[in-house]
Design a binder for this molecule. Structure first.
Ligand code: ZN
Length: 314
């Protein structure tokens, strides 16, 4: 495997807990603070209200996507991804997943995708693998009520997945003109160990700003005032609207309202983990009964494997 973006400090001890929770709505990219994109899921919690969610238009600077070809993951690949992912930070885990669906792309290529671009690809792959409906789960922070709701991939996908990278964006404010690119997986990996958000923002800006000019004269990036940096952060978020999705939840028991970040990396990896363990149990059952090899069992179609499992359980 290629060098990971983020060295994991310890073996993942929480996979069991992860699987028990099954659906995780939390942020792995918390140091990347962008303008919030909010979906209202009240009607999903109650199933009574008309669906309302923010469909702010994607930035016109985004390119039209070319035809996209992603490959379905085989049973054997699901197990490989699950195994490799155990020792990986979520940033690397996301790239591992995409590398199996887009084998003609190197990990380095995939790491260049903006975070929103990466997530749009992951959403599409998830839809290809498990369908467009996703079951969400959250606990009310006020009263502990457990909420279950459904999400649909097309509603969460703000931009179409694409494989081309727009190398440069421009932003003007006051007398400043900035050329920048969108933060990608490598940028997030670089700020993941920052001690605080301010340091992370500064480092992210340094990495993503390509040129700054003040009244036509090129100046250094560190000359930029905080107000300009903040405005740039918001503009970057507008240009990469898929990078952060917030679900707007309302508790049916106490009417408390709050927001949770929808993290497709965590969600999808948890689902794959469940799937991987199910596959291993199936291999165990069939190998013990028939003496078949793991590779032969995994290469069967799911339908054929299920047929034999039904015979075994009779
Ligand atoms: Zn509540």
């Amino acid at each position: 495997m290629a060098q990971p973006l983020v060295e994991k400090r310890s073996r993942n001890p929480t996979i069991g807990a992860e699987e028990r929770r099954r659906y995780i709505l939390e942020c792995n990219n918390e140091s990347f603070d962008t303008r919030k994109r909010v979906f209202d899921t009240r009607e999903r919690a109650f199933d009574t209200r008309e669906r309302v969610f923010d469909t702010r238009k994607p930035c016109p600077l985004l390119l039209r996507p070319p035809p996209l070809t992603m490959r379905l993951l085989s049973a054997n690949q699901i197990l490989q991804i699950w195994e490799i992912g155990q020792a990986q930070h979520p940033l690397d885990r996301a790239l591992t997943l995409l590398s199996f669906a887009l084998p003609e792309r190197s990990l380095d290529d995939l790491a260049q995708f903006s975070i929103g671009q990466r997530d749009a690809l992951l959403l599409t792959l998830r839809e290809m693998m498990f369908g467009s409906v996703m079951d969400g789960f959250a606990v009310c922070p006020q009263c502990g009520e457990q909420l279950e709701f459904t999400l649909k991939v097309p509603e969460l996908r703000i931009v179409e997945p694409m494989l081309t990278i727009k190398p440069e964006y421009a932003f003007s404010i006051e007398d400043y003109t900035l050329q920048f690119r969108l933060p990608n997986s490598r940028d997030l990996a670089a700020v993941v160990r920052c001690p605080d958000l301010i340091t992370a923002h500064q480092l992210l800006a340094q990495r993503c700003i390509q040129q700054v000019s003040l009244s036509g004269e090129i100046v250094k990036t560190d000359m930029l005032p905080d107000t300009v940096l903040n405005q740039l952060g918001q503009y970057m978020a507008d240009c990469d609207p898929q990078a952060e999705l917030l679900l707007d939840l309302t508790c049916p028991a106490c009417n408390h309202r709050w927001q949770v970040l929808f993290d497709i990396v965590s969600f999808f990896c948890t689902e794959l983990s469940v799937q991987a363990k199910r596959l291993l149990r199936e291999v165990h059952t069939l190998a013990r009964c028939y003496g078949w090899r793991e590779s032969d069992i995994l290469s069967m179609s799911p339908m054929r494997r299920q047929f034999y499992l039904d015979l075994v359980s009779r």
